[in-house]
Design a protein around this ligand. Structure first.
Ligand SMILES: [Zn+2]
Ligand SMILES: [Zn+2]
Length: 138
């Protein structure tokens, strides 16, 4: 039967879904299982986009040291090597949690962040703050 009154229809649906919680949950679980690939792909795409937005907000999608352009290799680097201290400050956020934190904060420019590849980032940390590309490594 068709409801003329949209509010009545809504109330009916609400009551129905309260009485069929388990059934609805089963539907959702089923959907999640049959759409696992799409859900995962969507997550990957969303994360890529999030990371890209962060890279662009902090100077562009390339390593400031060696010019690496593959975003898979890129990360955000703390110019003043105070990454650990800063991360402690913002509750040990890492990876995508850190990226979404930045987006929520509208990409603050006061954090001293720059784009670096993992190589230069690690090299810099291992070499006391200066990437081995820049010398001081024999
Ligand atoms: Zn690099
Ligand atoms: Zn480098």
């Amino acid at each position: 039967m068709a409801y003329r009154d949209i509010n009545k229809k809504r109330a009916y649906y609400r009551a129905w879904s309260l009485n069929h919680r388990e059934l609805l949950k089963t539907y959702r679980d089923k959907w999640r299982i049959t759409h696992e690939k799409e859900i995962k792909a969507y997550g990957v795409k969303r994360n890529k986009r999030l990371k890209h937005d962060c890279l662009m907000a902090y100077g562009g999608a390339f390593c400031v040291c060696c010019g690496e352009k593959n975003e898979m290799f890129l990360t955000l680097d703390h110019k003043n090597n105070d990454g650990a201290a800063h991360r402690r400050q913002i509750a040990k956020l890492a990876g995508y949690a850190f990226y979404s934190y930045l987006r929520v904060q509208k990409f603050p420019q006061t954090l001293g962040l720059q784009v670096c590849c993992y190589n230069c980032n690690c090299g810099k940390n291992a070499n006391g703050g200066l990437c081995p590309h820049k010398g001081d490594w024999a």
